[in-house]
Write a protein that binds this ligand. Structure first.
Ligand code: GP9
Ligand code: MN
Length: 614
């Protein structure tokens, strides 16, 4: 007991500095970054999350003895304060946290320079208060000088590890998959703290850097050969059919195909989409090909006809790559390109990635009037989102390519009573039960959008691409899902079939056609390009035009499952497409090569940043 007491006395100065820095970090969280919490646990995390990194940083002084130890405490406090302050200045301008790539991006820095005087406040001097006190104490010789303790460094590392473990466990409770999905910088800062976030960011960035360094320009030759072999001529009747028209893309949150043309308690689930399909080209064997990056993966697939990563989110890891994206191609053809989505711009690192993809403008949450009344769940309700978007759409020069991303039909599928147009389902899964009314609501919101476009005379001159971004109901809800589908149980085959999402191409004045060929999000880019009469021969892409007469009916999912006209391959087994019975693996084998080459070559481009050589 006495030894512990003695040790604590020895550590008094260091503990004081830790206390100061943690308090300062918390104050900056609340007053600078204006981080809000929704419950006690989140607030608690906010208070404790600076601890592990602060103890480690200030504790570095334990490796020294004598006078230098106290000086080191002051230096590390100052260093941490600088990091916090850079973030604060950056935040005041961009409402976002620093990332390593941003530090080396000169364009951002120039933006900052111009307004640096506005970003610095006189009261910021207060951030140095602790440093002043610590320095004063040392100068006044109030702090005893100790020799280096042998065991202290080990003790330091153990305490840091323990504190970090406690932090991460609580964070994992609050935000499952926090680190693997890494969707939002604010979320990361809220959960693991700003310093740990910087370390995590450095790790993610270095991972992708390594492969890039070793890539050579000749690496792209194999990809070019593969692309040439797989190029498909467009359908002459469809090629250029939408030339010069505005292109409106709707990314429909968590919409899966199993609700299309179906009803619940005698009520249609998607009456508007069902009627739209009757005047559109509808693809009913179309698959999402996303993984952990969810919406952002689907955006990546659509923009590049390249696959996202099998883990993590390409929007975070490869935002610095060179792409030949759809928005860029549209820009070159004289189009104005934009995204409308009423969420924080940093979510999924969109603000950074959209710069790389070349969008002219991102209408994020700040372009919308969002308040308590018009929000639910993740934010602005879809109907209000579309209504408010009309004026934004009008403000754009024509022709434009604009993508809308809806939000209401997002897990956990919350909806106010007044917006419930159909009843919930009745199963053991609240998630699945609530899914139907939110899908129905989104369907209604899209209807309102179309009505408004017609009223404003903006409908005729546009073509529309609507697709589901990814699944909304995960495997976890299979029991409930089997009840809805009227099946005894769901097999891996059924699971793959549930990865189908609606894909609709609506060209005003064109008649209806249902296309059963197997396809996926990777095919959207060449399809749009050909509809606009753009040449895809020179473009590196892994999909093919959905209208092309000789396209191969095929889709590979990101987990390497694949689907052909006759077979479904998943989890090492081959199934007959007709009835889902398991069949000889030999039947699926001829397609292994294509499935693997599609994914592997696409990955090669991504990890090697090979398009910079093209
Ligand atoms: C958030 C929205 C939802 O902006 O795109 O993201 P998700 O969780 O579906 O990937
Ligand atoms: Mn989504």
């Amino acid at each position: 007991m006495d030894r512990i007491k003695a040790e604590l006395v020895r550590l008094k100065f260091i503990m004081l500095a830790v206390f100061f820095l943690c308090t300062k970090t918390y104050i900056i969280y609340k007053m600078g970054f204006r981080i809000q919490s929704e419950n006690f646990l989140q607030e608690f995390l906010l208070i404790i999350n600076p601890l592990s990194s602060t103890v480690l940083l200030i504790g570095l002084s334990l490796f020294l003895g004598g006078k230098s130890r106290n000086i080191m405490v002051i230096i590390t406090s100052l260093l941490a304060t600088c990091i916090l302050y850079f973030n604060l200045i950056y935040f005041r301008f961009f409402s976002d946290f620093l990332t390593w790539p941003v530090l080396f991006q000169t364009s951002n820095a120039q933006d900052l320079q111009r307004s640096i005087t506005e970003l610095i406040k006189f009261s910021d001097v207060l951030l140095l208060l602790d440093i002043v006190i610590l320095t004063f104490l040392v100068l006044k010789n109030n702090i005893p000088i100790y020799a280096r303790g042998k065991r202290e460094p080990v003790f330091l590392l153990a305490v840091t590890a323990l504190l970090f473990f406690i932090n991460i466990s609580i964070a994992q409770l609050e935000r499952p998959q926090l680190l693997t999905r890494a969707f939002d910088r604010e979320m990361l800062v809220k959960n693991i703290g700003i310093m740990n976030y910087h370390v995590y960011d450095a790790f993610i960035q270095s991972q992708s850097k390594a492969q890039r360094v070793f890539a050579e320009s000749s690496d792209i030759d194999e990809v070019l050969r593969y692309r040439n072999e797989n190029y498909k001529e467009p359908d002459p009747d469809m090629n250029g059919i939408a030339n010069g028209k505005n292109v409106i893309v709707l990314s429909l949150e968590s919409l899966q195909s199993f609700v299309i043309n179906e009803s619940l308690n005698g009520e249609e689930i998607t009456p508007f989409l069902n009627s739209l399909i009757k005047e559109s080209y509808y693809f009913d064997n179309f698959y999402h090909q996303t993984a952990q990056g969810k919406t952002s993966d689907s955006e990546f697939l659509v923009a590049n006809s390249l696959f996202g990563r099998d883990s993590g989110a390409v929007f975070f890891t490869h935002a610095g790559n060179k792409f030949n994206s759809l928005p860029e191609i549209f820009n070159e053809s004289g189009y104005y390109t934009s995204v409308m989505h009423a969420n924080n711009k940093s979510f999924w690192n969109r603000d950074m990635m959209y710069l790389s993809l070349g969008y002219n403008k991102f209408f994020d949450i700040n372009s919308y009037d969002v308040n308590e009344e018009n929000s639910i769940g993740w934010g602005l309700k879809d109907k209000d989102f579309f209504e408010q978007s009309i004026d934004l759409l009008k403000s754009q020069p024509e022709p434009y390519y604009t993508k809308f991303i809806t939000l209401t039909n997002h897990f956990p599928f919350e909806l106010g009573e007044e917006d419930k147009l159909i009843e919930e389902f009745d199963s053991n899964s609240g998630t699945l039960n609530r899914y139907f009314p939110t899908v129905r609501y989104m369907d209604h919101a899209v209807e309102v959008f179309f009505d408004r476009l017609k009223e404003e005379g903006m409908y005729e001159d546009s073509i529309f691409i609507l697709y589901g971004d990814h699944y909304g109901i995960s495997e976890y809800h299979h029991r409930a899902m089997s009840k809805f589908l009227g099946k005894e149980e769901l097999t891996p085959f059924d699971h793959v079939q549930l990865q189908r999402v609606p894909m609709i191409v609506h060209i005003p004045g064109q008649t209806n056609e249902v296309n059963h060929s197997v396809s996926g999000q990777i095919d959207i880019k060449p399809t749009i390009m050909h509809l606009l009469g753009m040449d895809t021969k020179e473009d590196i892409q892994f999909g093919s035009d959905l209208f092309s007469p000789d396209r191969q009916s095929f889709a590979v999912l990101r987990d390497r499952s694949f689907v052909t006209d006759a077979f479904v391959y998943t989890k090492g087994s081959c199934y007959l497409k007709t009835d889902g019975t398991e069949t000889d693996l030999e039947n699926c084998e001829p397609f292994f090569e294509k499935a693997n080459l599609d994914l592997d070559l696409s990955d090669k481009i991504l990890y090697g940043d090979l398009l910079r050589f093209y």
